[in-house]
Write a new protein. Structure first.
Length: 105
């Protein structure tokens, strides 16, 4: 009986280890998919476009020439808005990638 209990305990440990190794492999796959990820957000009907990287940092900003006539405050607030749209899209994309990788369980 003691041998049977020991065998069961060893199987549980082996199953647990296999589960951890599987999750670690999925996490590595997720990290690889997120590396280099960039997402764009737009505001003011696309006149301002902001691109963020996988960490949510602004890495690119495109301003249509038509914004030159805007007051500086409007340009600034629209840049912030476009960046927030990009960050929201990034969060959605990360959730999607995470779900696809099986790590959101």
């Amino acid at each position: 009986m003691a041998d049977d209990d020991l065998d069961k305990a060893e199987r549980r440990i082996d199953d647990w280890q296999a589960s951890l190794e599987e999750r670690a492999a999925r996490a590595q796959t997720l990290l690889a998919r997120l590396e280099g990820l960039r997402v764009e957000g737009a505001a003011a009907d696309g006149l301002v476009k902001a691109t963020v990287d996988q960490a949510g940092h602004l890495v690119e900003l495109k301003l249509d020439d038509r914004v030159r006539s805007w007051p500086a405050e409007k340009i600034a607030s629209t840049v912030v808005e476009a960046t927030m749209v990009a960050r929201a899209a990034l969060a959605d994309r990360i959730r999607e990638i995470s779900r696809d990788s099986g790590l959101d369980e």
